[in-house]
Design a protein around this ligand. Structure first.
Ligand code: SF4
Length: 336
């Protein structure tokens, strides 16, 4: 980089420091693989549902970005596969989509989070394929890391049948995963709504085939995270700290937190940058709320763009949003 360009970049960074955050912090890649979903929840930030097209980000695109990130020292080595509902891939004859991607990602030592609403547990055909797949992915990759991936289930008052679906999935995993490496199940809900987790535990305690033990694991922060271990083969990690942001359909809910405009909630609790790729061909920073900081991941021919170019564009776009935000604030001061 030429001296003049360096001085220019330094000056811009001083004026609009969000660029430093986007350029320098480690990043997590999230793939919102589809907008199709069995449900139509009133709080859905993605406005997902059965009326959305059953299209998925091609597996090759996700593999391409996995490879690109693996050679980037800024990559936090964490990925999320979500939707809409990613397990709907089984319904639409893409039976290998989840195992192919999950194995590809975890084989590279990347920590993976698979988010699902669990609706598929109510369908025998899907259940008998998905549960063994989840167990195989875990077993096959347990040599890479002790808990190769976590399965995230939402437990809240908005998802239909959340308590029943979560309970059935845990029972199925506990039954089929006996004497195999432990599967980590993240049970997540909204702040102040952990009563439903107690109901889940009570339901599990009432099942005579289930034995629950308490354990703790250390978080990156050094804090101990409590776990409930089911039959020594499924570990439940509850977390009820999520905030419901007024994005997507959630903007119609009076209890949703209004999003700042523009939002700079672009980091997770470990101060990693969140980069979310979606099926519409966009990469967005951070939470699903407020004015988005978005650039395309597809080029004009529909092919995936280079990851470094996307990251450079995100820096520019975030700076633009911060500038806009500053101008709005200035205007408010003058109007006063
Ligand atoms: S919140 Fe989840 S389960 Fe509900 S419609 Fe959206 S993607 Fe589907």
């Amino acid at each position: 980089m030429s001296k003049i360009k360096q001085v220019f970049e330094y000056a811009i960074d001083r004026l609009l420091p969000v660029g430093v955050v986007v350029r320098n912090l480690p990043y997590v890649m999230i793939f919102k693989t589809t907008h199709w979903c069995w449900y139509n929840c009133p709080h859905c930030c993605e406005s997902a549902g059965k009326n959305r097209p059953a299209e998925f980000i091609p597996a090759d695109v996700i593999k391409y970005y996995t490879d690109a990130a693996t050679s980037d020292p800024k990559f936090a080595k964490e990925m999320v596969l979500t939707g809409g509902e990613i397990m709907a891939s089984y319904k639409f004859d893409m039976k290998n989509y989840v195992p192919e991607l999950a194995n590809y990602i975890t084989e590279r030592g990347i920590r993976l989070d698979i988010k699902t609403n669990g609706a598929w547990i109510r369908n025998k055909d899907l259940r008998t394929k998905i549960v063994p797949d989840l167990i195989n992915i875990n077993e096959r990759n347990s040599g890479q890391r002790r808990l190769p991936y976590q399965l995230s289930l939402s437990l809240d008052k908005y998802h239909p049948n959340a308590l029943e679906n979560t309970y059935e999935i845990i029972c199925e995993l506990a039954r089929r995963n006996k004497n195999k490496p432990t599967i980590l199940v993240h049970i997540s809900g909204f702040m102040g709504q952990d009563k439903i987790y107690k109901e889940l535990l009570a339901k599990l305690f009432g099942n005579r085939n289930i034995k629950i033990e308490e354990a703790f694991i250390a978080a990156k922060s050094g804090n101990a995270i409590p776990l409930h271990v089911i039959n020594r083969c499924v570990a439940l990690r509850p977390s009820f700290g999520a905030v419901l942001f007024a994005g997507g359909r959630a903007q119609n809910l009076p209890e949703a937190t209004p999003a700042a405009n523009p939002t700079f909630e672009i980091l997770n609790q470990d101060a990693d940058l969140l980069m979310a790729f979606d099926g519409a061909g966009n990469v967005t920073l951070g939470e699903n709320s407020g004015r988005k900081i978005t650039v395309p991941w597809r080029d004009k021919d529909g092919n995936p763009r280079d990851l470094p170019a996307i990251r450079r564009d995100l820096v520019q776009r975030a700076r633009y949003e911060q500038l806009r935000h500053n101008m709005i604030n200035l205007k408010k001061i003058f109007v006063k």
